[in-house]
Ligand binder design. Structure first.
Ligand SMILES: Nc1nc2c(ncn2[C@@H]2O[C@H](COP(=O)(O)OP(=O)(O)OP(=O)(O)O)[C@@H](O)[C@H]2O)c(=O)[nH]1
Ligand SMILES: [Mg+2]
Length: 460
């Protein structure tokens, strides 16, 4: 049982229309009552719960107005944390909100840790761990797609699937147990065939979930994409075209971009963390040299490389160097400036590029951008997952648990195929179930829980 009361600012720091101080725990109402005077009645306690009440926050001796506010008391258990909750809407800005928070602390609340409100929702059994994690994903979603997936996870779509698998395993274990415990009696034993077919169903379901994890991770975290090419080919123009705004400086002077520019852009729902780099060339200019070095560094860490070539210019030594670079990378090649007379034919570069996808573009005339975007989406979904799918494994922790569960069910299947004793099979099935339980947090150690919530923002 949690018996202390926590408080934090639930809104983002800085100037704003309003800010919210949030309190959760058994002392919430008492604290509000001491600080808050409603305009029409004497005490917040004279109002029904969940009523937003207008009034003033006073300091302890009731001789100084701190702020004009709207306050609400929400009674346990139908609240975010399942505890008593108070929210005070005050004027935005750091001064009123931190003054009120200080008073709340003086009345006996303690500062909440990051994610502690959501952690309490989990510990008090309102949501499971996968749902709690979805809360953070909702807040940090970078595209509508990422948001949709997080929302479904919050609603329990992933948890439901995982629980579905666990139910089948549980039933199998129960059958095995009966057969083990009552060997003498005349009960119908579960057959190896039945065990095998059910275990294979379990394996398939786990595998299908795992198949979504690569795409899921990208949708949650973004595809690290680096635009490279020699100077003046149109790299910054491409960044601007994808962003639909003039973010990077574009000029006809080679070497315009000196450093790496990083932006998030949504390509048909796929978030790209896109980096425009300094054109790669041999250079004597010190600043540009550093830029080129940094380009190479980012290039090494990229999930996807977009190489831009200038089709109105002959293929140079620099181009050939860079093409060699991308050999072992997931890459798309743009032959840009096709509005100008062509100096390179696609055929000239096919041999050099092996099987890389080549797209002809004129970024200036907005030709080929759509094809590029479609190619990126195709790469991310890999043909395996439908883009309408909203139950995806987006979280590495969940992925690891599923991988372990898969190993255990494989071991169980091996044991069944070798007609092993029932208790050996039951051990593997049990392992599988425990790994799945890590996702929803049925049985999980405190350190892991602390680590998960430590990544949350304050006041959530
Ligand atoms: N004709 C034509 N010009 C283009 C096209 N795309 C970009 N340009 C022009 O090419 C020049 C260089 O474009 P940038 O986007 O600055 O090229 P960059 O690769 O970022 O260059 P650096 O930062 O110097 O490495 C600019 O004058 C652009 O207007 C295109 O499709 N057709
Ligand atoms: Mg540039």
């Amino acid at each position: 049982m949690i018996d202390d009361t926590i408080a934090a600012i639930a809104t983002a720091p800085g100037e704003a229309g309003i800010s919210i101080v949030r309190i959760s725990g058994p002392k919430s109402l008492e604290i509000l009552d001491k600080l808050f005077t409603p305009n029409r009645k004497n005490s917040i306690k004279e109002y029904p719960q969940r009523r937003l009440v207008y009034g003033h926050i006073y300091d302890k001796n009731k001789d100084k107005v701190i702020d004009e506010v709207l306050a609400v008391y929400m009674k346990t258990p139908y609240t975010y944390t399942k505890e008593d909750i108070v929210e005070i809407n005050c004027h935005g800005g750091m001064i009123p909100v931190s003054n009120i928070l200080d008073l709340v602390f003086k009345e006996g609340a303690r500062p909440a840790e990051p994610g502690e409100f959501t952690k309490r929702a989990f510990l008090n059994g309102r949501i499971d761990l996968a749902q709690a994690e979805a809360v953070m994903d909702l807040i940090s979603a970078k595209t509508n797609k990422g948001y949709d997936i997080a929302l479904e996870q919050l609603e329990g779509s992933l948890s439901k699937k995982v629980r579905g698998i666990k139910d089948i395993i549980l039933e199998l274990i129960a059958h095995l147990q009966v057969s083990i415990d009552y060997t003498e009696e005349d009960i119908e034993e579960i057959t190896y065939e039945e065990l095998l077919s059910k275990s294979k169903t379990i394996k398939d379901t786990i595998k299908k979930l795992l198949d979504t994890s690569e795409t899921g991770k990208i949708i949650r975290e973004g595809l690290r994409t680096v635009i490279i090419g020699k100077p003046n080919v149109g790299k910054s123009s491409l960044l601007n075209a994808l962003l639909k705004e003039a973010r990077a400086i574009v000029t006809d002077i080679p070497g315009t971009t000196r450093d790496v520019i990083e932006e998030y852009v949504s390509v048909k729902g796929v978030p790209l963390k896109i980096m425009d780099t300094a054109g790669i060339r041999e250079t004597q200019d010190v600043i540009e040299k550093i830029g080129v070095e940094r380009s190479k560094e980012f290039f090494n860490k990229a999930d996807l490389v977009i190489l831009v070539l200038d089709s109105s210019d002959k293929l140079t030594k620099e181009d050939r160097e860079i093409i060699k670079y991308i050999k072992n990378k997931q890459a798309i090649v743009l032959m840009n400036k096709i509005d100008l007379p062509k100096k390179i034919e696609k055929n000239d570069i096919y041999d050099l590029l092996q099987s890389k996808k080549v797209i002809e573009t004129s970024i200036e005339q907005e030709i080929g951008i759509d094809e590029l975007e479609e190619e990126i989406v195709k790469m991310v979904y890999g043909g395996k997952i439908k883009s309408q799918e909203n139950t995806m494994v987006t979280n590495v922790r969940h992925k690891n648990a599923l991988e372990n569960a898969l190993k255990s069910i494989d071991e169980a299947i091996g044991a069944i195929e070798r007609d092993m004793y029932f208790d050996i099979i039951a051990v593997d099935l049990n392992d599988c179930m425990e790994y799945l339980g890590e996702i929803t947090g049925d049985k999980i150690n405190e350190d892991v829980i602390d680590k998960i919530f430590a990544n949350f923002c304050l006041g959530k």
